[in-house]
Design a protein around this ligand. Structure first.
Ligand code: SF4
Length: 315
């Protein structure tokens, strides 16, 4: 989930719930071993307005996310869902979302609108193997002509290839920010590796499903645009989005901890770039040049959001 922008009121409302009894499965056991708690809840509404610049609708099958990325931009959701646990340690499965969506989609007010699955959770996180909520959403949407974009960090999306092939307009967006698997594992601890995402992208592209790469956050040190574009080209990725790292809203805290524990020598350099106006401008202006060069060389269009609004404060 790229979460480029603050979510809309509807995305916040999607967290309000009624709790059902807990059950357990192999996926849950894995997540419990990661100290992630899963609950089943019922939702009243499946569709919300999306906070992306172009608008559109969002469908979030889960509240919270077991991928537990340390920089996750969706952590603010806790303010609206009543969760007191640490972000990344809880997942609420909205188990009736397919039925609710089926009813809601009959309304003409949703006709033709762009739909994003999902904006404040990952639709193919580990528990999806058990619940199949994203699959139930796709089955409903197959009956409509809304353009659909899937945003994920997981190759589990391949499970639903049979459904994806039936859509008139659909694309799959993989977040892939680095080929450094050590860094990847530290900042996105429960997500599939970048290589697995690239392999999944290749399979989808070969099946005629348009694939987009979300190369964000564009990390100082760990993001290598040239190397990534080379892999994107091989995978058949048709468009690349990127953005500067948004340090606001506590997103820096977990990243700072990872750096202090595993890359202490890099901490001053990162801080100089992300918390210093000159450093930020200088770094992301060079990053912009690299993106343009790579885009030209590999003939993949790019859209970049390198904005100063992503900086918490400058010293
Ligand atoms: S995949 Fe990571 S960034 Fe996306 S919602 Fe889940 S925890 Fe957040």
């Amino acid at each position: 989930m790229p979460a480029l922008y603050p979510c809309s009121r509807d995305e916040k409302e999607q967290g309000r719930v009624g709790i059902l009894p807990e059950k357990s499965s192999s996926e849950e056991k894995y997540l419990m071993s990661q100290d992630i708690r899963i609950r089943e809840i019922e939702c009243k509404s499946a569709i919300g307005k999306c906070g992306f610049p172009g608008g559109g609708l969002c469908i979030n099958p889960y509240v919270g996310c077991g991928h537990s990325c340390v920089y996750c931009y969706s952590r603010f959701m806790k303010r609206f869902t009543g969760h007191t646990e640490k972000w990344g340690t809880f997942i609420d499965a909205r188990i009736n979302i397919g039925q609710v969506l089926e009813k809601q989609m009959r309304s003409s007010r949703f006709r033709g609108q762009q739909i994003y699955i999902s904006t404040v959770t990952d639709p193919y996180q580990t528990v999806e193997a058990k619940y199949g909520l994203t699959r139930s959403i796709l089955k409903v949407l197959l009956n409509y002509e809304n353009p659909v974009s899937i945003l994920t960090k997981s190759d589990m999306v391949l499970r639903d290839l049979d459904l994806l092939k039936g859509f008139r307009e659909i694309d799959v967006n993989f977040t892939i920010t680095t080929l450094d698997e050590r860094w990847n594992k530290l900042v996105e601890p429960n997500s599939p590796t970048a290589i697995r995402r690239l392999q999944a992208a290749k399979k989808l592209a070969r099946e005629g499903i348009p694939v987009v790469a979300m190369m964000g956050p564009y990390w100082p040190v760990f993001t290598n645009a040239e190397a990534l574009f080379g892999e994107f080209k091989k995978a058949g990725i048709g468009h690349v989005f990127t953005e500067s790292f948004n340090t606001t809203g506590g997103n820096w805290t977990g990243v700072g901890k990872v750096l202090r524990s595993h890359y202490p020598q890099l901490l001053p350099e990162m801080q100089k770039i992300l918390f210093n106006k000159k450093g930020f401008y200088g770094f992301y202006s060079q990053a912009g040049d690299k993106m343009r060069q790579a885009s030209k060389k590999y003939e993949i269009p790019v859209t970049a959001y390198f904005g100063l609004g992503h900086a918490a404060k400058f010293k």
